[in-house]
Design a binder for this molecule. Sequence first.
Ligand SMILES: *[C@@H]1O[C@H](CO)[C@@H](O)[C@H](O)[C@H]1NC(C)=O
Ligand SMILES: *[C@@H]1O[C@H](CO)[C@@H](O)[C@H](O)[C@H]1NC(C)=O
Ligand SMILES: *[C@@H]1O[C@H](CO)[C@@H](O)[C@H](O)[C@H]1NC(C)=O
Ligand SMILES: *[C@@H]1O[C@H](CO)[C@@H](O)[C@H](O)[C@H]1NC(C)=O
Ligand SMILES: *[C@@H]1O[C@H](CO)[C@@H](O)[C@H](O)[C@H]1NC(C)=O
Ligand SMILES: *[C@@H]1O[C@H](CO)[C@@H](O)[C@H](O)[C@H]1NC(C)=O
Ligand SMILES: *[C@@H]1O[C@H](CO)[C@@H](O)[C@H](O)[C@H]1NC(C)=O
Length: 330
Amino acid sequence: MDKDIQNQSNQSPSVTNNNTQAVKTVTLPENTSNIPVEYAKNFRPLIKILLVLLCLIIIATAIIVPNILLTSKSAEESNISTNTTTISTTVTATTVICASGYVQTPSGACVNTQIDLNNCGTVGYVCSSNYTSCSSGICSARPAVQLSGAIAVSAWINQTIDDATAQISLPVSITLYNYTTTNVTITSNGVLCMGSCSSSYSNGILPTSPFGGPTLFGFWDDLKIYSGTGQTVYYATSGTTPNRITTFEFYESFYSSSLQYCHFQIIFDENQPNIVKYIYFDVASGGSSATIGVQKSSFGPSITYSVNQANAVAYNTTLIFDTNTNTFSG
Ligand SMILES: *[C@@H]1O[C@H](CO)[C@@H](O)[C@H](O)[C@H]1NC(C)=O
Ligand SMILES: *[C@@H]1O[C@H](CO)[C@@H](O)[C@H](O)[C@H]1NC(C)=O
Ligand SMILES: *[C@@H]1O[C@H](CO)[C@@H](O)[C@H](O)[C@H]1NC(C)=O
Ligand SMILES: *[C@@H]1O[C@H](CO)[C@@H](O)[C@H](O)[C@H]1NC(C)=O
Ligand SMILES: *[C@@H]1O[C@H](CO)[C@@H](O)[C@H](O)[C@H]1NC(C)=O
Ligand SMILES: *[C@@H]1O[C@H](CO)[C@@H](O)[C@H](O)[C@H]1NC(C)=O
Ligand SMILES: *[C@@H]1O[C@H](CO)[C@@H](O)[C@H](O)[C@H]1NC(C)=O
């Protein structure tokens, strides 16, 4: 680069000198007044030749210079267009369709290397059979999504869901506070309603009015489901009558980040009506902005485990709410 500039600046003066010389030569005929006629006559053919040469130089300059400019311009343009193509190709190849924190694999799937057993820590790293999950990018014996045969809430599959509710029709009824139903509503903010529901993210103390019927506050907080991540609410029923288990698995994130998980289950045992169990897995905030408990209606009774309590729950915390005795354990 420096060299080129130097060459150019060395060339420029020499071109100027040549031009000056040419002009000087051209001015010769005008100064012939002082020169004897014979002398001038002898130089006429030379002057003619010089004039022709000058014309040729002018013509050549007129043709060559624009051509040089054109050539370099088109070369530049082709480089620019090449680079533009490269840039747009790159953008197409890395188009971000995965949520923040999720990585696109060569096959186009979005994986979370923080929790993906088959892409743990980095895409393609498969945890050995000794491990059951990937936790914070490290193979772990902790469980991943728990439910086998889990059904994802269909309306929320591959969607970004915030402050929403969804209806679920269950194959087995559930009972709490002596109220039995197969028709439940879940909210994306960690709540399961057996009666009238609310998508409110603003948690408070229990009992609380937006929720009319028996309500399970598994982790009432400002949660979110990020599209393309596998995050959603799952449910499944297992076992045989009269010991069927109905489980709801909330696999979501906190509103602020798709990597701050809120992952827990709400479990009903057909054989133990009026009792419900909550189990927590990864819960980033530990409950510092959440309400955990149950209520019968907007005016009670209710059982509160915690409201805005830091570290209220951690991995493997299990809570059991017994509405027969109005107590909890855990
Ligand atoms: C265009 O790119 C080619 C190859 O990269 C290079 O040799 C040439 O100097 C470039 N031309 C301009 C004007 O940048
Ligand atoms: C094209 O991109 C390359 C690499 O990004 C760069 O070195 C080069 O100067 C660019 N050429 C033009 C003409 O912009
Ligand atoms: C898995 O566990 C077995 C038995 O404990 C052990 O021998 C083996 O080295 C472990 N493999 C890995 C990859 O950790
Ligand atoms: C979700 O989206 C991904 C990527 O577009 C696709 O591979 C997958 O099949 C979708 N899953 C469902 C259940 O629609
Ligand atoms: C359910 O109803 C039975 C019979 O009326 C009563 O004894 C029991 O306390 C009720 N349980 C709850 C949780 O309301
Ligand atoms: C299910 O419950 C919701 C909310 O209470 C209600 O709006 C809906 O009509 C119920 N559906 C059925 C089939 O009972
Ligand atoms: C989780 O809790 C269950 C039952 O409470 C216990 O059997 C299991 O060992 C615990 N797992 C871990 C990793 O703490």
